[in-house]
Write a protein that binds this ligand. Sequence first.
Ligand code: SPV
Ligand code: MG
Length: 298
Amino acid sequence: MESNMNKSLALKRLLQSSEVSYAMEAHNGVSAKIVEEAGFPLVWASGLTISTSLGHRDCNEISWTNFCDQIEYMVDTTSTPILIDGDTGFGNFNNVRQLIIKLCKYNVAGVCIEDKTFPKTNSLLSYNQNLAPIEEFCGKIKAAKDTQSNSHFCVIARTEAFISGDGLREALDRAYAYKDAGADAILVHSKKNTIEEIELFCDHWDHSIPLVIVPTNYSSTPPDQYKKLGISLVIWANHLLRASIVAMRKIAKKIAKEKLIQIPNNDLVSIEDVFDLTNEKELRSAEKKYLAYDCLTS
Ligand code: SPV
Ligand code: MG
């Protein structure tokens, strides 16, 4: 329970800090571990990359419990706070409540829910970007805040008003309504190739609660720009999955062609490194402590 409180509190502090924080995507236990190793203060459990890593599309094709199973593996392998991509909450306010109960049990730091209709379509696609009515989404935020069993658990409300083409006025109206409904922060999403929509939003928003962005399509924005705009958290939402696909394709093609393994050391981690990622050494020392002497093998 104590670590649950601390992880949510850590996320709350990141959000409320005057410094910009960065989160990196993970989609399973080992990628979460790698995010932690790299020193990120926060893991983003991405709906897109979790679905893709399971061979599915990012449109609620996998069930919410399949999704939560992946979260459980990430929690088991890391101590870094995890922010969950809760999509639209997997249904109505009641599905949101079930999700929050589960996530609080799993020790995650917070959830981000988005104001589209269920089933959702990934925001970077050009079709089916339909917004839910504001009142309905406010009900989901309230339901989430009323359900959380950890007082510091963060509920981030994500508006897709730019993604749906509804523009600045709609984005602002929604952000203020979500703040009033109890959201701890606002994620404003844009799929433009420049930061222009976010800049516009920041110029008109009163910054009364923290702002989060996902700059997948405007990722070359200089970092000092984020600070100038008053952004609290930047999420690199899909980069470990994309990097791993490059690496896997390259190695698979090479081995399929050459029929023997002649791969430079820096293109494959050692088997020792694989064992280290799951802390094999800990098991060995636990065996020495707990296994009967004659069960131990050298
Ligand atoms: C995700 O990582 O699943 C996100 C960000 O929600 S985006 O893919 O841009 O919708
Ligand atoms: Mg998503």
